[in-house]
Design a protein around this ligand. Structure first.
Ligand SMILES: [Zn+2]
Length: 275
């Protein structure tokens, strides 16, 4: 047992501390702002993956999301890649994560770290304070060649091919590196989209599963590999990466249908980050 045999007990304790999912069948409500009922918990570890910072109780998601995570971990393991560190999915009922992301609200998003080094055995308290290494230094527009490797490319490619995956966000420097180095089949690059941040992890977003009439999908990913003018915009002639828009935009209002699941007071926390 990787976490010294304490993982299941710690996990149950943390799950109780973070609240419980809304009962009943799966219901996914909203667009980027929203909630989920009938969420399932990702077990704290499984073949090929380990959940980090489980104390934040952000390991809840729709069953298809959890299946995608498990499948990716198994496929990565089968390809000889290291175990994956899994970060935020959603809270037990969705809505804004305390002090965290505003995009992880419906159990359809998950942050998976791009650290492809072997994962040492760590104590639970260390897992709570873990910060996996970044592939792009702060302020840089280039990947760190000591961190970006063929294993990174393979991990991202495997993720793009998961059933139901809508898109995958990475730092613009990572997207550019993929555009400049991937040969052969490049069709999977389409689902890899550049974004701010995401220097250490990729953000996987799954499409609404069937039978969820209140779940609103994003506009489809444009055709093409996304390596042209839309990517060039991220790298202004003055250097670095395009700064984010001031204020970060206003998230859509919480759907009324979420009132019974998370209540009305669930406004995004100050300083919340997108994705
Ligand atoms: Zn994310």
């Amino acid at each position: 047992m990787r976490l010294a045999g304490l993982a299941p007990l710690l996990f149950l304790t943390l799950a109780a501390a973070g609240g419980s999912p809304a009962p009943g069948p799966l219901r996914i409500i909203g667009a980027s702002t929203g909630c989920i009922a009938g969420a399932h918990a990702l077990p704290p570890e499984g073949p090929g993956y380990i959940v980090i910072r489980a104390g934040q109780s952000s390991f809840w998601g729709a069953p298809n999301t959890l299946r995608g995570i498990s499948l990716l971990a198994a496929e990565a393991q089968a390809d000889g890649l290291s175990e994956l560190y899994i970060g935020d999915i959603s809270g037990p009922r969705g809505g804004p994560l305390a002090g965290g992301h505003i995009a992880h609200q419906r159990g359809l998003d998950v942050d998976i770290y791009l650290d492809t080094d072997p994962k040492p055995r760590l104590a639970p308290w260390q897992m709570e304070n873990l910060t996996p290494p970044a592939l792009v230094a702060p302020g840089s527009a280039m990947v760190d060649p000591s961190r970006f490797s063929a294993a990174t490319v393979e991990l991202i490619r495997l993720a793009t091919e998961l059933p139901g995956l809508d898109r995958l966000l990475v730092n613009a420097a990572i997207k550019r590196e993929l555009c400049e180095t991937v040969t052969g089949d490049r069709s999977w690059l389409r689902r890899v989209r550049p974004w701010w941040g995401h220097r250490a992890h990729m953000h996987l977003h799954f499409a609404c599963p069937p039978g969820q009439p209140l779940c609103v999908d994003q506009a489809p990913v444009p055709p093409g590999d996304g390596c042209g003018a839309s990517l060039a915009w991220w790298f202004p002639p003055s250097g670095g990466i395009q700064p984010p828009p001031p204020g970060g935009g206003v998230p859509p209002a919480m759907p009324v249908a979420c009132d019974a699941i998370i209540g009305r007071s669930a406004a995004p926390p100050p300083g919340a980050e997108a994705n």
